[in-house]
Design a protein around this ligand. Structure first.
Ligand SMILES: NC(=O)c1ccc[n+]([C@@H]2O[C@H](COP(=O)([O-])OP(=O)(O)OC[C@H]3O[C@@H](n4cnc5c(N)ncnc54)[C@H](O)[C@@H]3O)[C@@H](O)[C@H]2O)c1
Length: 250
């Protein structure tokens, strides 16, 4: 494992209770960063925070990233505990059911877009002013290969993740004159609890599409994100970093 120096930095990782977010938090902690885990699952969050606190400073905030008041409260609590925020990884997400668009329940559509896209907007909206004030920040939004390719039977998820890609490009340009980098990553399927939300047919479809012939490991995602949030990433912004095992051709 390469050493990434995040000494003295303070990070918010949304959806940090498990899966990709937890792996990112673990990598940040061993890189010298204090971490605030933001997640809506309180029991999971408490258990994860307790386990990770052996590796460094860990704060936990129970938050619904799709709710503006909840995000505001989590921001205040994090700043009180860590003194500020240098890094945001907007990672919380849900897939919604796998169904054809014309059969897709409207409330499920709205829930997926609210969490996956509006959630990223609200977290960036809350934390960017802190980064502007200190002229330093690193943001990584977790999109998906679905946002580039458009997966069948996942129109809400694919559309929301395409929105995250476009949001990242917009915000990156808005902040390009400052020492703030905004990038996103587009993972292929990784075997996490998010699989419980999908049909086996859909999981098989995603695996069949990966030229590497295997699922992404969460540590591989954490490795890319750790460099993207480091001070050394001082030029690249508004960009999309591929984690699709060869599926994406752009
Ligand atoms: N695992 C994959 O196959 C895969 C592939 C591409 C992209 N992604 C994306 O990676 C991110 C992490 O996925 P994962 O596989 O670790 O999933 P996961 O289900 O293991 O973890 C997601 C976490 O987000 C939290 N969360 C959900 N809704 C929330 C909300 N409204 N507010 C706060 N927290 C909330 C959950 O409680 C959970 O702990 C997601 O954005 C997902 O879309 C995952």
């Amino acid at each position: 494992m390469n050493n990434i120096d995040l000494t003295g930095k303070r990070a918010v990782v949304t959806g940090g209770g498990q899966g990709i977010g937890r792996a990112i938090a673990e990598r940040f902690l061993i890189s010298g960063c204090a971490v605030s885990l933001w997640d809506c699952d309180q029991p999971l969050l408490t258990a994860t925070a307790e386990s990770l606190s052996r590796s460094g400073t860990v704060h936990a905030a129970t938050v619904d990233v799709s709710n503006v008041e909840s995000v505001r409260a989590a921001t205040d609590a994090t700043v009180r505990r860590l003194g500020g925020v240098d890094i945001l990884v907007a990672n919380a997400g849900i897939t919604g059911p796998n169904m054809k668009l014309w059969e897709y329940p409207v409330d499920s559509w709205q829930q997926v877009v609210n969490v996956c896209l509006t959630g990223v907007f609200l977290c960036c909206r809350a934390l960017v002013p802190l980064m502007i004030a200190q002229d330093y920040g690193r943001i990584v939004n977790v999109a998906s290969i679905a946002g580039k390719e458009g997966n069948p039977n996942a129109s809400a998820y694919s559309a929301a993740k395409a929105g995250v890609i476009a949001l990242t490009k917009s915000l990156g340009k808005e902040l390009a004159g400052k020492n703030i980098a905004v990038n996103c990553v587009t993972p292929a399927a990784a075997k996490t609890r998010i699989f419980d939300q999908m049909s086996q047919e859909h999981i098989d479809y995603m695996l069949a599409k990966i030229p590497r012939g295997r699922f992404l490991q969460v540590q591989e995602a954490a490795s890319m994100v750790a460099w993207l949030v480091s001070a050394e990433n001082s030029f690249t912004t508004g960009a999309v970093f591929d984690l699709s095992g060869g599926r994406a051709t752009y």
